[in-house]
Each structure stands twice: as C-alpha cells, then as structure tokens.
Design a protein around this ligand. Structure first.
Ligand code: STR
Length: 407
C-alpha cells in the first residue's frame, strides 16, 4: 500500500532492518521520517535520489536548517554529530568543497591505491593468522578480530595514525555511533577526538611524512592552503568513514554468502568474480542505511511533494538499493547471478560521491577472497536471525559476528 503521508519513525533499537526498509519503500519517492523526535524527509527511490544529489538547492550547511535556526534542534539531539562534524569536505558545498576535497580524491584513485595494495594484503594475512589462532578451538568473533581492525589499519596507514592509537579510536567511534551512549558522553568524546586530531595535525605540520594528512597540510601550488580546522575536519571524516563503513561491507558480504551457500559455491569455484559479490552486497545490504543530512535553500518539488525551504533531507541508501523501479522486481533478493549489471548508488552521486569508494573496493576485494581462501568451511556459529544489530541509526552495524572457521 502506498501511504505517502504516514511518518516512519526510525527506531534506533530496530532489529528487523528489512522491515524498516520495506516500510520506507511504501512511500516513494519521498517518505516522511522522524529521527528521535526530529522530522525530516527521506528519499527512497534511486531516480529521485540521483536527481536530488545533483541539486545545488540542497546544501550541507547546518545553518540552512529551519529546525536548527529556530533552536528546536540543538546539541542535545543525539544525531547532531552526524551533521555538525566541523568544516570539511563532508560539510561544505560548491567551489569551497572542491578546494577541500581535491587532494583527498586524487590520493584515492584506483591507480594511486595500487601502491598500498601490498600493505593491505599484509594486514589481511596478519589478521587471518590472529583469527586462526583465536578460532582454533571454537567460536571466534569475525568482527572484532578481522572486519573491524582491517579498515582501521588501512585508514591509519593512509592518514598516518599510529597503530597504538587504533584501539582508542575504535572504542570512541563505537560509542559515537551507539544510540545508547548518553549525549553528554558523546559530545565529550567528540571534543576529545578534536583535541587528538588537532595535535596530530600539528605534529604532522612540524614533521611531514608521506601520508595524506601531511599532504593535506601542504599548500597547493598557487592555491590557498587548508586551515588547521579544515585538515582536522577532513582527517576525522576519513578516519570515521573509512573505518565504520568498510566493517559493514566486509561483514555484510560474508553474511550474505553464508546465507546463500549455492552462490558462495559459485564464487569459490571461480564462476563468479569477487567484485560481483562486493557490488551486490553494496546494493543489497548497504553499510550506510541513512545518510544525514542536506537542507533545502528553496522549495523543491519532487513528484507531487514539496520539500519546503529549510527542511532536512536524508538519503536512505538501503531503501534505494532495494528500489524495484531501478533494480527490477527481485530487488529484495541477494543474487550475484543476476543477468543485468548492478548499477547501485551506494557511494552516493554528484559532488559528494564517496571519495573512498575505490579504497573500500580494494579492501573488500582483498579481504573476502583471502578469508574464504583460508577458511573455505567458514560458517556462522549462530543462526542468521540471531545476529544482533547494534543500536545505531545510520549504519548497518552488527554487535558481533561469531563464526566457526572449520565448519
Ligand atoms: C562521523 C563523525 C565525524 O567526526 C566526522 C564525520 C564525517 C564523515 C561521516 C561520519 C562523521 C559518519 C559516517 C559517514 C561519514 C561519511 C561517510 C559515512 C556519514 C559524521 C557513511 O556512513 C556513508
């Protein structure tokens, strides 16, 4: 049933994410949602999302939000940290956005990433050794031992964050994303992280190395150098995004394959490439469920609905990946044998399209075949429907992923 005016209340404690996605998809192209008492629009269909992601009347600037201007939304709202993340390529539009983003996107092209492929392979092998050791007598958590540390090591290498600091960062981001963390604690940890990143940037400014943080500090020839605030903003966006989303990509792919043994067989037999697994996972079970937020600087007509000036717009990537109008009637099925190419939009579209897309594909493209190559008998130690989703509103994040390595 299509009831475009019903408001979908996004529940941080939701376990049935498919149910939430379906409910959102009952209202296309836009749905009215409520995020912990705060109303917003969300886009639930591929075509309109694509269009809105190119629409310059929608901006990232928090000051364009009516509910922020009026004081109805404040720092007391638990999701404010998803929007008010400091000045960076994530929060600025237009020419300034290009200035903030260029170096990062240039550093993350498939060609440039070839240079760190051997490092990613080495990290993967080391973590698989640890997994083998910890899982030799029984159940081991694939999340904490493998899927979580790998992206942190990779983004740490890229940005020049020492390994000794990775556990602290993992802990802080876990608390940041969890809706069970009291808001004062979340604001305190964000403030701590800001101090940490500012110190790191000063240290790199004094002793530049060959990492991306040092590159961001150096002035472009003839260009305006980024300010310390901008470098910090970009650095923390890279660490948060590079870490959190890739955990989801790896675990969701493993989960989908284990739930579809016939398809896993085809991959292990070399009939279907790993890239297809990665792309179908990105479409079907997106790491990022809802991306907050953009604001309308004028009224924007979408179909027969109007996003009024000052209203907030979320992009619900999970619903978009399940769009039957774009992906066909079987959009709800995980199917790596589908005859048509998978044209998902999980990395976004337009100027803010994920600069780390190629990196995440390289990471998952190394991690998945290495994992299944080493443990072809890998299986879940619990039933699939016993996997607990964390109380996180915007990411598809699991509590743990307990596995048995040897069947
Ligand atoms: C987390 C908090 C922070 O310090 C900086 C950022 C900016 C980038 C954001 C990140 C946030 C949350 C997760 C995001 C990421 C960009 C991509 C990632 C939204 C707000 C996704 O989940 C797609």
């Amino acid at each position: 049933m299509n009831c475009p005016h019903a408001t979908v209340v996004i529940d941080p404690m939701v376990q049935d994410l498919d149910g939430e996605t379906e409910q959102l998809r009952n209202s296309v192209p836009l749905a009215r949602i409520e995020l912990l008492g705060v109303p917003a629009w969300t886009v639930t269909r591929h075509a309109e999302a694509r269009q809105l992601l190119m629409d310059t009347r929608l901006v990232k600037d928090l000051d364009a939000w009516g509910l922020w201007q009026s004081g109805e939304v404040t720092h007391a709202w638990p999701l404010i940290g998803m929007i008010d993340a400091g000045r960076s390529m994530f929060t600025v539009d237009g020419a300034e956005h290009r200035r903030l983003r260029t170096k990062t996107s240039q550093a993350l092209t498939p060609r440039r990433l070839e240079a760190i492929r051997p490092d990613i392979e080495k990290f993967t092998e080391e973590l698989l050794d640890a997994l083998a050791e910890q899982g030799k007598d029984g159940v081991v958590d694939l999340k904490t031992v493998f899927a979580q540390p790998l992206p942190m090591k990779v983004v740490g290498l890229l940005m020049g964050v020492d390994e000794a600091l990775h556990p602290m960062l993992t802990r802080q981001y876990k608390a940041f994303f969890s809706m069970l963390t009291p808001q004062e604690d979340r604001l305190a940890l964000l403030a701590e992280l800001d101090v940490f990143y500012a110190e790191l940037v000063r240290e790199k400014a004094a002793h530049p190395t060959d990492d991306l943080t040092s590159a961001l500090i150096l002035a472009e020839e003839g260009g305006e150098p980024l300010t310390e605030e901008e470098v910090v903003g970009n650095l923390k966006a890279m660490v948060a995004a590079g870490h959190e989303t890739t955990i989801g990509l790896i675990l969701n792919a493993v989960r989908a394959l284990l739930a579809h043994p016939g398809q896993l067989r085809k991959v292990l037999d070399g009939e279907i490439p790993w890239e297809t697994v990665v792309e179908e996972t990105l479409r079907w079970d997106t790491p990022s469920t809802h991306l907050l937020m953009r604001f309308a600087t004028e009224d924007i007509q979408v179909g027969d609905q109007v996003i009024a000036k000052g209203e907030g717009v979320v992009i619900s990537y999970r619903a978009i990946g399940r769009d039957t109008a774009h992906h066909g009637d079987d959009a709800d099925a995980f199917d790596i044998t589908r005859p048509t190419p998978i044209r998902h939009m999980t990395f976004g579209h337009g100027p803010h399209i994920c600069p780390g897309a190629a990196l995440s594909r390289v990471e998952a493209g190394i991690a998945l075949p290495a994992l299944f190559g080493r443990f072809p008998q890998l299986r879940l130690a619990i039933a699939d429907d016993e996997i607990r989703k964390l109380p996180v509103m915007t990411q598809n994040d699991m509590e743990a992923f307990p596995v048995l390595l040897h069947g």
